[in-house]
Design a protein around this ligand. Structure first.
Ligand code: ARG
Length: 472
């Protein structure tokens, strides 16, 4: 856009002020103007606003509500506006409050009366609801792809560690030996459910509000199904009041996002622990860590810590939207303008987090020896001794008691169960025979859990194969 036309646009916008100003005796103060404007953040919806307007205009022409000449002018004008925005030449005006009025005013400057006819049978209320749904639909599709990429990195890492033994924990105490791959694949299950949740949420996002107009519908002979078809919506919102007022679809998305971040936060917590030299299970690549300005020995896992921290922020956005909605009478209220910033920040934070996580997983270095040593230290095969006795006919509760005493003895000796002599073990039960030792090794314990969902290498490989198939 030339300087001249930018000046022209600015002047025109200033002189026109707001569309409804004919009824008002005094302009709003600068403070009120700033307070009520959303242009600083909702200009992000411009592309979706233009798509919605193009579809609406096409329908108006198809229904004979506007002429084909008007439609052509509107299409040309909107394409020009799209280019101006993409080239950062569009001048956004706070006086024009929001993205919808800014674009409409510019259209009128460019094409005259045809621009003023675009808003026939429409209100900003159904317009903004449409824009957000289009934005969210695109965001969901992008986020699903990002989760899939992250899961691919997770599965690649798991594939290398089917035989890497680590302690499985309960109460953060060593419990039973598991493979590192099995541990990682637990997160695959969580994030797979997250994708399923997003796919389900998308169905409810992907419904068209346009046609609801301000709240009650419109007296023009519109065709909502045609607009839905042009914009790729699966259906139309069935009640005009509901269409313009509820934001449950955004709340639902934020709830999905909060669950995803919760899963990533749990994984982050583990990475932070495992990075600690007391565990020493993994190293994150240096690009995800920082040093200390005072303690040269430190390598801090900043990225996982921030993922854990940002989960609080995402939970906050969910609560913000729930609170925004909870006392609103039907139908549209200006409160709803406050839906955008939490929603946008949720999308942005989640997008960045997923991208960074994919890269971080690909750069993890595993210290297999540290994992193995940790598994050897916590009597992780005690349950296997109990199970062995049960298989010899001893009731589980009695076997539990025998093992408790055996572990106490091993603790006093300062060794693992596996290191005890057969005769020492037999002090606690005469049912113990030489075949016990195969059961007390870490590998023996792991491989014995060979049912669906267990940590035996064959089962974990099956889970990984299914995961790979699911991802492609
Ligand atoms: N900027 C407004 C929003 O985000 C658009 C709808 C305004 N509608 C109205 N009746 N004031 O919600």
């Amino acid at each position: 856009m030339s300087d001249d036309s930018a000046f022209e646009q600015d002047q025109q916008q200033k002189s026109d002020k707001k569309n409804w100003s004919g009824r008002f005796n005094e302009p709003v103060s600068e403070l009120v103007e700033r307070y009520t404007a959303s242009i600083n953040f909702d200009q992000r919806l411009a592309e979706y606003d233009i798509q919605g307007s193009l579809a609406h205009a096409k329908m108006l022409a198809a229904q004979g509500i506007i002429s084909n000449e008007d439609l052509t002018a509107i299409e040309q004008g909107l394409h020009q506006i799209r280019n101006e925005i993409l080239n950062h030449q569009f001048i956004w005006s706070q006086q024009l409050e929001d993205v919808h009025l800014n674009i409409e005013k510019r259209l009128t400057v460019l094409i005259g009366d045809a621009g003023k006819r675009l808003h026939t049978g429409r209100s900003r209320n159904d317009q903004v609801a449409t824009d957000i749904r289009l934005f969210l639909r695109a965001s969901i599709d992008n986020i699903i792809n990002l989760i899939k990429a992250m899961l691919q990195a997770l599965v690649n890492l798991a594939q290398q560690h089917i035989h890497t033994v680590m302690p499985g924990f309960t109460h953060l105490q060593v419990a039973q030996p598991i493979s590192f791959a099995h541990h990682l694949m637990a997160y695959f299950e969580m994030l797979k459910r997250d994708i399923e949740r997003l796919i389900d949420c998308r169905k409810r996002v992907n419904q068209l509000p346009l046609g609801a107009a301000a709240l009650a519908g419109t007296s023009y002979p519109i065709n909502r199904e045609l607009v839905a078809q042009i914009l790729g919506f699966e259906g139309v919102c069935k009640n005009s009041l509901d269409a313009v007022s509820d934001r449950d679809f955004a709340i639902e998305f934020c709830a999905c996002a909060a669950v995803i971040m919760t899963h990533l936060s749990r994984m982050s917590e583990e990475f932070i622990l495992w990075m600690n030299p007391l565990f020493g299970f993994i190293q994150l690549a240096d690009r995800f860590c920082t040093g200390s300005s005072i303690m040269p020995q430190k390598k801090n896992p900043d990225v996982p810590e921030l993922v854990r921290g940002k989960t609080g922020r995402i939970n906050g956005h969910l609560v913000a939207l729930l609170t925004l909605m909870k006392a609103q009478p039907l139908a549209y209220n200006k409160d709803n303008q406050e839906d955008k910033e939490p929603l946008f920040d949720t999308v942005d934070t989640l997008t960045d987090t997923l991208r960074i996580y994919t890269d971080m997983l690909a750069g993890i270095q595993v210290n297999q020896e540290a994992m193995r040593q940790a598994a050897l230290q916590g009597y992780a095969t005690a349950t296997d001794l109990a199970d062995y006795l049960v298989k010899k006919g001893i009731p589980f509760r009695d076997a539990h008691e025998v093992v408790a005493k055996t572990v106490q003895f091993a603790e006093q000796q300062g060794c693992d169960l596996n290191d005890l002599e057969l005769s020492e073990l037999q002090q606690f039960s005469s049912h113990i025979e030489p075949d016990i030792f195969a059961n007390l090794t870490l590998e023996g314990s792991m491989e014995s859990r060979k049912h669906t969902g267990g940590t035996a290498s064959h089962q974990v490989q099956t889970a990984i194969n299914e995961a790979k198939q699911w991802l492609c």
